[in-house]
Design a protein around this ligand. Sequence first.
Ligand code: KIV
Length: 275
Amino acid sequence: MKHTVSTVQKQKERGEKIAMLTAYDYSTAKLMDESGIDMILVGDSLGMVMLGYEDTISVTMADMIHHTAAVSQGTKDALVVADMPFMSYQTSVYDAVSNAGRLMKEGRCQAVKLEGGKALCPQIKAITEASIPVVAHIGLTPQSVNALGGFKVQGKSEEAARKLIEDAKAVEAAGAFAVVLECVPAKLAAMISEMLTIPTIGIGSGGGCDGQVLVYQDMLAMFSDFKPKFVKHFADVGSMMKSGFQAYMEEVKAGSFPAEEHTFRIDDDVIEKLY
Ligand code: KIV
């Protein structure tokens, strides 16, 4: 079944949790899609997990289009959402619509995600009115790492919690069809999820959200630079990859790979004529 903006909305109405993961390439997206994942996010976290940067600031539109196109090629049923990179939408409503359009036209995603609450509502409204569905992202917004003073839990004081609630209501009113809540205290995230009619997708925000998202290299233990508190390792693929690489290396060095069944034949009389 193809997941769409309306099937995701119906999942919230039925109280059925939404499962989202990030992906950045064709093969991984295909495996996720075949596993039945509801939504795939081509996150700008690719700056860290694919390109080795320390944050998402340097990710470009070219990076996002390149990876989104690969993910879209591998996806049949999941709803593909592409992140709008830093400075592709903050600069003006025009830039926001134009860059969201490029992600959809060139990357073939079905929705875009952008970071920010009330202040970004003109962009959310304009992109939505251009028929491009928008996922908003509030709480810890990694593109604002320099303004926030680091990757920290958000909304802990009464004032900050009230601001988050206002932001959540504002992005819903502006037309967002879902909102990511990142590093929001669990009770506040659950309260926001109850207040909104659109689904909330949590990351580090507890089980009261309507859905969850994780970076796939985090949940498969493939990324070892750091492990946020909210990450659970669902499989140790990192260790499996290392054993696979070591087994290959040992067989190459021992001369046992490639074996007969991995090689192509030629008639001996052809070879003899070459001497
Ligand atoms: O870029 C990303 O991967 C994200 C999610 C982790 C929400 O924004």
